[in-house]
Design a protein around this ligand. Sequence first.
Ligand code: PMP
Length: 401
Amino acid sequence: ASFWSKVELGPPDPIYGLTEAYKACKNPKKVNLAIGTYHDDSGKAYVLKCVRKAEKLLDSMRLNKAYPTALGNERYRRLCEELALGRDSQLMKNGVLASMQCISRTGALRVALDFIKSFYAGKKVVYLPNPTWGNHKHLIRETGLAYEQYRYYDNKTVDMDYRGMLDDITQKIPNDAVVLLHGCAHNPSGHDPSRTQWEELSDLIKQKNLLVIFDLAYHGYASGHFEVDAYAVRRFVEEGNKCVIIQSFAKNMGLYGERAGCLIITAESVEEKRKILSQCEEIIKSMYQYPPIHGARIVEKILGDTGLKAEWKLEFKLMSDRLMSIRRTLKTKLQKEGSIRNWDHIVKQCGMFCFTGLSKPQVKRLIDDHSIFLSTTGRISIGVDNFRAGFWTPRSTTLFM
Ligand code: PMP
């Protein structure tokens, strides 16, 4: 018998599965609302102009393809720290940020979790918001750590459950445990705490001495401004919280497949930073040895050049404004079609996704009866403008009444 005869088929990937079902569907009016990437008006996955320019510059430099170091591109790492924490960050000035280039955010999180598993002196349980990005649980489980959830969103009010979050952090999460927060543009709910709420959370979390993992997945997508969107992470760090920041340029530079990410761990001294880096280096070497070089070079070119950086910010702001206008179109069209449901949450949310509040049976009917493919959680992507064409008319409006 084969060595692998006892291997069973793994669970289907929920998003990939939808894309496959969409591809197989014969209905000419089919729509895929599950895609988590930004597409332009022509419906094509968008490559930013500043990225094309940076690649041209890189090409003219005739760089070689030699191995990098395990911790990756040094200048890139400094630029990542600056984008997340600001030019004036005291920890950056003190040289106590242990940062390393990683394989996008997923890779950064995996390295961080392995490091926590081996070295964290507190309680090794990670508290995740409910709901959260599906892969968080998977990564934690595969690392061999435990996770629990805290309240974040209320299906009934289709809004954030800030009270529930606060109560759970106060009562349910033990001191010294690990809490994961989405730095901005929470996926999938699209709801973030306000500034005052972040301040309250920062105080509470510091009191409880929790280790914070900040997932900066959609940096820029909440407000269109990188400084504004970094408010929470900067506040937490400035107030002395112990933070692990995972960052990538998948979404905000459209570098999805380049896997340009960064892991930043706040240390208390230069000596401690050196030790953290040396142990993370061991983890990285045992996993993949070196990070990929091309994506980080693109980011380094853009963030390291005042002109290109300004172009990026401008281009990104247009993308983020366009997402907001897609939200408005969707809401207006639903109302025009006669839906009397309250759709305010569509424009109240931010980021690349809209958490519609549709129930599982409604989602099933949209897929089965109308060939409109979306996640069972009711999350739809607004990164692809499917709403200008009024695709649901008159197929599915009755569902939304
Ligand atoms: N965290 C969140 C909240 C995400 O939504 C995603 C991607 N959808 C990731 C992490 C993974 O990002 P990356 O492609 O940079 O690994």
